[in-house]
Design a protein around this ligand. Structure first.
Ligand code: E4P
Length: 219
């Protein structure tokens, strides 16, 4: 499973890159607004930090022509730009038309909450699709159940669109995404850091350190 970080904070991206586990970055307007930086500066810094990894950047237009125009502008910012387009009828038409025109824009169909939306995203040739599992849980449905169906539908039909499990809230979401065989999980910084931790590792290490002192081990 590829690991993307779901943030626009440069320092978080840099740290996770240096951990050697980073495969890409996803942002959205909310995440960019939290940086307090002008949006273009925030995005360009990220693109420079990870020039060899896909970075998703979202359009703000909601009509097809506006989304296509913004997508083409965003794609000029770097070869690693992936344009996030909302899963609306206009958004899916924008993806379809850009592919038909051979615009060469990589797309991530976002705000996906159902297997049928994910099916349509694959049909129009999206590069990635982002089901939001945490937000489905928030309305008392089962986000992982939705994700499992999407994974299964994509396998049955051999769609090439890669699935990015998004809106991940805790480490158990990540574990279950991995068990489902999802292509990618985009994970907030805080959750990535929690993935390293296990209380038994801490207890075990403490015991080994004490016993090493007792045994006089010094290497
Ligand atoms: C995905 O690409 C989105 O940026 C993100 O995962 C949304 O997560 P949230 O529901 O925690 O805002």
């Amino acid at each position: 499973m590829k690991i993307f970080i779901d943030t626009a904070v440069l320092e978080e991206i840099r740290e996770v890159k240096e951990l050697g586990i980073l495969d890409g970055v996803t942002t959205n307007p909310t995440l960019v607004s939290k940086t307090g930086k002008p949006w273009k500066e925030a995005i360009q810094e990220i693109l420079r930090e990870v020039p060899d990894k896909p970075v998703s950047v979202e359009v703000v237009a909601t009509d097809r022509e506006g989304m296509k125009r913004e997508a083409k502008e965003l794609a000029k910012l770097g070869e690693n730009v992936v344009v996030k387009i909302p899963c609306t009828e206009e958004g899916l038409r924008a993806v379809f038309e850009m592919n038909a025109e051979g615009a060469g824009v990589k797309t991530n169909v976002t705000l996906v909450f159902s297997p049928l939306q994910a099916l349509l995203a694959a049909k129009v040739g999206a590069t990635y699709v982002s089901p939001f599992i945490g937000r489905v849980d928030d309305i008392s449905y089962d986000g992982l159940q939705v994700l499992e169906e999407i994974v299964s539908i994509y396998e049955i039909y051999g769609f090439e669109t890669e699935i990015i499990a998004a809106s991940i809230r805790h480490v158990d979401h990540v574990r279950r995404c991995a068990a489902l065989g999802v292509d990618i999980a985009t994970i907030p910084y805080k959750v990535i850091k929690q993935m390293y931790r296990h209380p038994l590792t801490d207890i075990g290490l403490e015991r080994f350190i004490k016993d090493a002192e007792k045994a006089g081990i010094s290497i």
